[in-house]
Write a protein that binds this ligand. Structure first.
Ligand SMILES: [Zn+2]
Ligand SMILES: [Zn+2]
Length: 255
């Protein structure tokens, strides 16, 4: 694969990502919450923008779309069909589960994960997975437009991907999420170790994305819902109740 991935910090704590095809100087952007940092990166590297890919409709992921489309009128805006109506701009490509978008001779696969919003998707590009606000480092997004049962099946689906999958999430919440994870599963040494390492990384401005699926399987309680030790801590005996208990710890409210 000839694609390079560039991480951009946008707004307060959002991540946008540029996929760059060096052979043609084309780029695709994922979740441009604001246009400025994206335009700057495109100009710095002399790139043209061919695709604007949105994991979901929320403004902190799509706020830069209108400006980018104006500057790059040939670029194609893609969002799941269930989220398209929320965009202030017309989209060019309404996505459905299993669709493939071709960028730089590479297929980008659409994985529909309804719950945070009805049309939330993840983009799978080779070994990279862009998870938006569904799966965070050591956490999981809010269930704004769906149920715990839906999120459970999303999480179960993500767990089946190859362990080497690199996870590029939509927000930088790593340290606070690991603090909640530690609260939920205090005897898990992998969580404590990752929390220590992440605090150091944050203090030294080292990147905390991407994570990997194998690291998340060890330290993200939302991918460990059937773990005996975690269930004992939360006094639950099934994955759905464990998910609900975790949501309360992370978000202070029931889903
Ligand atoms: Zn969101
Ligand atoms: Zn967000």
């Amino acid at each position: 694969m000839t694609i390079e991935i560039l991480t951009l910090k946008v707004l307060n704590d959002n991540y946008a990502y540029l996929l760059i095809d060096k052979t043609t100087d084309q780029a695709a952007v994922i979740d441009p919450g604001s246009a400025g940092p994206v335009i700057k990166a495109l100009n710095n590297k002399n790139l043209n923008l061919s695709h604007i890919l949105l994991t979901h409709h929320h403004y902190d992921h799509s706020g830069g779309v209108r400006e980018l489309k104006k500057l790059y009128p040939e670029s194609k805006i893609a969002i799941h069909e269930d989220d398209a109506a929320h965009l202030p701009t017309k989209c060019d490509h309404k996505l459905a589960d299993g669709d493939l978008i071709t960028f730089a001779n590479v297929a980008i696969k659409i994985i529909h994960l309804p719950c945070h919003t009805r049309g939330h998707v993840a983009f799978q590009v080779g070994e990279a997975l862009f998870t938006g606000d569904t799966l965070f480092n050591a956490g999981c997004g809010k269930f704004f437009e769906g149920t715990a049962t839906e999120m459970l099946s999303n999480l179960q689906r993500l767990k089946t991907l190859p362990n080497i999958t690199r996870i590029y999430c939509g927000h930088e919440y790593t340290v606070e999420n690991l603090e909640y994870a530690h609260q939920a599963d205090p005897d898990n040494p992998e969580i404590s170790n990752r929390l220590d390492a992440s605090r150091i990384a944050q203090a030294t401005n080292s990147p905390l994305v991407p994570s990997t699926l194998s690291l998340e399987l060890q330290t993200n309680p939302f991918l460990r819902l059937n773990d005996e030790q975690l269930q004992q801590q939360l006094k639950t005996d099934n994955e759905l109740d464990t998910l609900t208990s975790l949501y309360k710890i992370y978000y202070g409210t029931t889903p």
